[in-house]
Design a protein around this ligand. Structure first.
Ligand code: NDP
Ligand code: GDR
Length: 372
């Protein structure tokens, strides 16, 4: 039975990848961080009672900032594959916590690679690094592919650039099977609530049910190439099954604006919006209601405003990937479109909003977090 170790197993991608690898018959080990509250919600449904012999999902406490912890885990587990998905992954937060972001995202990657080498696992253990389209930052070429020059625009992207190159360097220096997936934005109902797509699907679902008054957004002109996390974790595994390690861009090749994503979400909720004003004055108003999914709203309600607090010190305005290499060499093509993904996210967030609204109707008020 093959063994995989996933850092970041409690995150969006980690949870989908763990499901995928379990289905493939792997024994899956994951690193979870100690937190004051349970933080395993995304993997609870695949958790298996560790008291039985059959459990193939095993969680270990650890942290990418802790060298001895990583070394001990690698030594104990002796994994065939390591997926380094753990990261302080929020671009805006990286401007607030740049040093921590560098420690986890850049040095954390080095710690793992060096532990593999130190333990003499460099010929056994294959390594996947979660690289990012943020490396392209201020884009030098449209669309972006494996050979496009990098121009990172945030402490997150700069840290990830170190991680990218140290992965290449360990491959070239020590003959390790180590590779980078340069993944463009990918989302799902499990996406963290403060990333833009989930903020929109969750926020507008809450507004539709009368749980929040208005959605406050940053730069809604930003253009992104959004795919579905399920399609992207499949590719992470495929990259480690080749004869030779190589880096790949993973994207859909189609791009939309944040404003368009807001429009789709509203449509899924049975609303047409009218965008008025410019810059920080821009708002979105309900122009028509076509169904019964937004009982708390009426025509004329303002449901989105701009809050400059969400602008970034340096913005990545546009990203569009060219996944030709992945398609030609690995036969990978994304199966879920951005619009289908948006519909799935709205369905899940609306279900959750309805549950909270129902409790409220019966006098059980639950606080709804909106900060971030
Ligand atoms: P998430 O933010 O959902 O998950 C990040 C994971 O990393 C969580 O499990 C988190 O733990 C863990 N983590 C954070 N800090 C540490 C630390 N110090 N030590 C160990 N683990 C830590 O990210 P995604 O699943 O969306 O992304 C996975 C990876 O892919 C990340 O590296 C991200 O930067 C990268 N990426 C993501 C893209 C996307 O669009 N989703 C695109 C390109 C790259 P906890 O649950 O406790 O917070
Ligand atoms: P990104 O994702 O920065 O691309 O990083 P995010 O969803 O945070 O932002 C996408 C774009 O939307 C604009 N935006 C807002 N973003 C957030 N979070 N909140 C807002 O209110 C808002 N308003 C507008 C942003 O300015 C940006 O242009 C994600 C992460 O998953 C990274 O880890 C990953 O590497 C990249 O995708 C690829």
């Amino acid at each position: 039975m093959k063994k995989a170790l996933i850092t970041g197993i409690t995150g969006q991608d980690g949870s989908y990848l763990a499901e995928f690898l379990l289905e493939k018959g792997y024994e899956v080990h994951g690193i979870k961080r100690r937190a004051s509250l349970f933080n395993t919600q995304r993997v609870d449904h695949i958790y298996e009672d560790p008291h039985t012999d059959k459990a193939r999902l095993k969680l270990h406490y650890g942290d990418l900032t802790d060298t001895s912890n990583l070394t001990r885990l690698l030594s104990d587990i002796q994994p065939d594959e390591v997926y380094n998905l753990g990261a302080q992954s929020h671009v805006a937060v990286s401007f607030e916590a740049p040093e921590y972001t560098a420690d986890v995202d850049a040095t954390g990657t080095l710690r793992l690679l060096e532990a593999i080498r130190f333990l003499g696992l460099e010929k056994k253990t294959r390594f996947y690094q979660a690289s990012t389209s943020e490396l392209f930052g201020k884009v030098q070429e449209i669309p972006q592919k494996e050979t496009t020059p990098f121009y990172p625009r945030s402490p997150y992207a700069v840290a990830k650039m170190y991680a990218y190159w140290i992965t290449v360097n360990y491959r070239e220096s020590y003959g390790m099977y180590a590779c980078n997936g340069i993944l463009f934005n990918h989302e799902s109902p499990r996406r963290g609530e403060t990333f833009v797509t989930r903020k929109i699907t969750r926020g507008l679902s809450n507004i539709a049910m009368g749980l929040e008054p208005c959605l406050y957004m940053g730069n809604i002109d930003a253009l992104r190439d959004w795919g579905h996390a399920k399609d992207y974790v499949r590719m992470q595994w495929m990259m480690l099954q080749q004869d030779e390690p190589e880096d790949f861009v993973i994207a859909t090749g189609v791009q939309y604006s944040v404003r368009e994503f807001i429009t789709w979400t509203a449509r899924e909720l049975g609303m047409e919006l009218e965008f008025k004003g410019e810059g920080v004055e821009e708002t979105a108003t309900v122009a028509a209601i076509t169904g019964d999914k937004a009982p708390a709203l009426k025509v004329g309600d303002v449901i989105m405003r701009i809050d400059p607090r969400y602008f970034r010190p340096a913005e990545v305005e546009t990203l569009l990937g060219d996944p030709t290499k992945a398609k030609e060499k690995l036969g990978w093509v994304p199966e879920i479109t951005a619009q289908e993904m948006c519909a799935e996210m709205v369905e899940e967030d609306l279900k959750a909003a309805k549950r909270i609204a129902l409790l409220k109707e019966h006098g059980l008020e639950l606080p709804v977090s909106v900060e971030g």
